[in-house]
Design a protein around this ligand. Structure first.
Ligand SMILES: NC(=O)c1ccc[n+]([C@@H]2O[C@H](COP(=O)([O-])OP(=O)(O)OC[C@H]3O[C@@H](n4cnc5c(N)ncnc54)[C@H](O)[C@@H]3O)[C@@H](O)[C@H]2O)c1
Ligand SMILES: O=C(O)C[C@H](O)C(=O)O
Length: 341
């Protein structure tokens, strides 16, 4: 039995993600929460002929005697996995960090619901800026004494999905895409996104000139901007994100149910496993969060794996990413530990 929850389920990511989870035979119960439209989304999905029962909740109407988190808590009761795509998306000209002002508070309140209702659930954070929202979730759970670093994940799968697609395009053969896997490490924003092309399962030809490789790295780092620009004010990636989120959720669910050997990059607290200290040594930094290849297991993070051998260029990309990443982590931690009045 697996109960999956989507918080922000009526949104651009939330709806297609809920659809993909409803289509997933491993999910037996699907519960949806948003501040608008979830009863409609749930009713619609509930007609699909798969086994999962679907429910949808809203906050109580204005003037209700019910506590403000009544709908949220009903949604979360008994959850095994909670995926969070709630919050505003970027418009052209914005950075992900520009979303902090609004999304930090949204994520904090949702994490409080998780801490008090389903503290053992795996929490998959999609809401941006991921580099800060994951530390926010962790700090809220810590405050309630229920933080398990093995169970909190920043979803960076879209960067991995983009890397496979863009590498296959550069190789001139999209049919290779299912064979191409590139670890993407660091964080989820611009220069903090570091594709380890030297470890691509389908190697790039050594004849490829450096400017093509540089352009490929840049495209993976700034793939989100490509979609924001093309949507021209109507939001950011939603469909590719729903695909990536469902893929990552499926891997987590499979591992929770006992599947072994699933290794995927995800943005985690490095204290989740002793391998985190190895990563810190490799990075030459005491950074607390980093996207790394993680082995998933029945308790969440089973192992944090080494970054492997890096080219000198990849090492310089990591050095360039660390200051911005650290700043975003501190901003998230401070938001909970020392909120400005
Ligand atoms: N991690 C990634 O790779 C990645 C990729 C794409 C988008 N994102 C991020 O995901 C977030 C959502 O993007 P979107 O395109 O779906 O946005 P959207 O505006 O279409 O949907 C967001 C939904 O969140 C809901 N919401 C707002 N406040 C809420 C609250 N307090 N509780 C519950 N729900 C609430 C809204 O009502 C809306 O339905 C954005 O922050 C975006 O930047 C992350
Ligand atoms: O670019 C964005 O703002 C959304 C998301 O983080 C993405 O990578 O597509």
């Amino acid at each position: 039995m697996v109960k999956a929850v989507v918080l922000g389920a009526a949104g651009g990511i939330g709806q297609p993600l809920a659809l993909l989870l409803k289509a997933n035979p491993l999910v037996t119960e699907l519960s949806l929460y948003d501040i608008v439209n979830t009863p409609g989304v749930a009713a619609d999905l509930s007609h699909i002929s798969t086994q999962s029962k679907v429910t949808g909740y809203l906050p109580p109407p204005k003037g209700s005697d019910l506590p403000a988190d009544d709908g949220l808590k009903k949604t979360l009761a008994g959850a095994d996995i909670v995926v969070i795509p709630a919050g505003i998306p970027r418009k052209p000209g914005m950075t992900r960090d520009d979303l902090f002002k609004i999304n930090a508070g949204i994520v904090r309140d949702l994490a409080t619901g998780i801490a008090t209702t389903c503290p053992k659930a795996a929490v998959l954070v999609i809401s941006n800026p991921v580099n800060s929202t994951v530390p926010i979730v962790a700090e809220v759970l810590k405050k309630h004494g229920v933080f398990d670093p093995k169970k909190v994940f920043g979803v960076t799968t879209l960067d991995v999905v983009r890397a496979s697609t863009f590498v296959a395009e550069v190789l001139g053969d999209l049919s290779l895409v299912s064979k191409v896997s590139v670890p993407v490490v660091g964080g989820h924003s611009g220069v903090t996104i570091i594709p380890l092309l030297s470890q691509s399962t389908v190697p790039l030809p050594s004849s490829l000139d450096q400017s093509t490789v540089d352009a490929l790295i840049k495209r993976i780092q700034f793939g989100g901007d490509e979609v924001v620009k093309a949507k021209d004010g109507a939001g950011s990636a939603t469909l590719s994100m729903a695909y990536a989120g469902a893929l990552f959720a499926e891997n987590v669910i499979k591992a929770l149910k006992g599947a072994t050997g699933i290794v995927v990059p995800t943005y985690v607290n490095l204290s989740a496993h002793e391998g985190g200290q190895v990563i810190q040594k490799e990075l030459g930094s005491s950074i607390e969060y980093f996207s790394v290849p993680v082995t998933l297991g029945p308790n969440g993070v089973e192992a944090i794996n080494s970054l492997g051998s890096l080219s000198s260029h990849e090492q310089s990309l990591i050095s360039a990413a660390l200051p911005e990443l650290q700043e975003s982590i501190t901003k998230g931690v401070q938001f909970i530990q020392a909120p400005k009045l």
